[in-house]
Write a new protein. Sequence first.
Length: 115
Amino acid sequence: MSDARVDLDAILAEVRERVRRKRESGVYGPEVEALLRTELPGGRRLLSDDMKDPVGALAEALDDEVVYDPTSRKRFVGPVITLARRVVIGLVRWWMAAVVDRQERINRLLAATYD
């Protein structure tokens, strides 16, 4: 292993410069430009798109419903695994609620300090 550090910012700057030059020279046709503007499969936005409208992205992220299916499809031990998962989820739910309440309070206090 070498002790040389990788300068990620320099690499990204070089890649951006190469892409900029290729765009200016017309290497990327209108088809590629159109593809860059299309939605990704699954509908998730890119982080760079989220950073253009962070408030809208935050609202969208908070509206996403989190679904977890605790059932196991293992042939013989599946019902035992499913029961164990449900018991653990039930035991952890109260703790997670307390953590979420605390985090919401911290977020409100931080937001109040920036206003």
